[in-house]
Design a protein around this ligand. Sequence first.
Ligand SMILES: [Zn+2]
Length: 623
Amino acid sequence: MGTDLEEIKSRLNIVDVLGEYLRLDKTGTNYRALCPFHNEKSPSFMVSEEKQIWHCFGCQKGGDIFSFVMEMEGLEFRDALRQLAEKAGVELKKVAPGTVEKKNRTLEILELATKFYEIQLWKGAGKEKIVNYLKERGLTEESIKLFRLGYAPSGWRNVLSFLLNRGYDVGEIMQTGLLVQKKDSEPIRNYETGTNLRTDTQIRSFADSDKFVDSNRYYDRFRDRIIFPICDYSGRVLGYSARVAPGGDESQAKYVNSPETEVYHKSKALYGIDKAKSEIKQKDFALLVEGNMDVIAASQAGIKNVVAVSGTALTPTQLDTLKRYTKNLKMLFDMDAAGEAATKKSLKLALEKNIAVQIVELPFGKDAADVAKNNPEKLRDAISKSKSAMQYLYDKAFGTFDSTASEGKRKISEALLEMIESLASEVEKSHWIKKLAQGLDVTEKALTTELKKAKLTNRTSVSQKTQEGEKVLTDDRQKIDILLEELTGLMLILPDVWRSMALKKEHHDYFFRDKLLKLMLDKGVEFNFDFNRLTENADRELKLRAEKLFFRKKFRLGLNNSLEEVSMEELPQELPGILAELKKETKKIKLVQITKDLKLAENRKDKAALEFLRGEFEKILGE
Ligand SMILES: [Zn+2]
């Protein structure tokens, strides 16, 4: 366990730490404030001194002092830890030396390999053809050097031999992702003579003669490729994206990337972030482009706040990184059919995270790198003329479908409601609903009904069927989920309720629909019905949910986002009511199910089934 973390937490009070940033008002045993992470007029940001956690009902963020300081100051966890340790007067213990040393060693090898590839580009095998090729693509020497492009020569053991000669062992080099390990079935090759070793005797005599016998099972991952180092925000090389060299083996993939390693995670990496971050902060927006070449070309053209992701869709982690520097994103993507699905996915994620997204359109049908090379002014112009993602999608939907025909109206509303639903701001939501209603000449009410439906299908992921039975089922599920949440909230606040529920063994199957509730029932005894033990042992998603339900139960959520703390005496009295309702609801769902099964049995003329189902029906009604 992270004892440093516990030590800091035990010395600092969340009310003091957050109180330095926010005006906290005491309400009952808790505190509330205006949320610093989203715009609001009435406070929905809650702090529990008792549990030492915070939660915002507006933007759904929450956590402890560390997550608050990270979010507030835009810090990495280590830095937040350092800052709070200082405040608490805790001297941080060194992290297990083995792991740090290992990680540093990996980074050291990657740095060395990057230098090797750079030398190969400027002075080695890539000197003529690769440098010229990059210049033809419009890159200057300065930007090639700034982005530390390199060249991996053809051959199987270039970087491997180089690093072995520097004293690293093959296991360490393997950790960097620079090598590929040969399968056992493949023949072992004597790289000095270039022949495959076939017999045991051959292999053994070779093994005796070669001090790097193990390394014969490994070879360079990148061969005859242009190397783009991928760095973290502070410029340390974590991995590579490698492009096939001009005239190289075109049957191979155009780009080969480093595999996931201890230091390189594809879902976190943002190409160019180290060079772009301060400019992103200054300009207060980030330009997101498709490829590495686009990043370098744009940066060379003076647009330095530019990054790219490997793969097409943004991940939540990448958005969190960007959010440290800005809340505004401009996307410049190819809008072909394949790119569009990924763009929509990224868009939805960004909107949900309350990042304002604009779309940059290049009317010339060229990629950013080409435009940046031939006419940087046009690129700057396109960026300044970007439109909000919603406006872009709106124009696009109305341009694609006929907004006067009923079929067209349906398609347009389907395409747009999905995005409107993702908007974090209620004001924006209502703005677009209004606009869409006007554009389609339908009532706003019809659209909000559709929106609610879309939400429902999203949540229950029940396929959209309008059959009466299905509909009832969906509505009931909603109700039962709310009841289960009420019950869970009660259990989180009152350990006695938790205990009594966990020890009673007569739970209905429906209780286990809820993951958090299931965990609490299964592990209640083990956790000693303790909220902190639960959140320490739950995964992130369940932890956040537990904190949210805890606060929600403690405060009644009224209309207009106003929250009122309930008195602790009232709470236990709610239990019988909730349980009775739950029983009623599960019964209802069962009856609907049986009715459906009865219909099926009737159609099949299955007498045995009919009899059984009728019996069940009677039994439930009789209870
Ligand atoms: Zn908030």
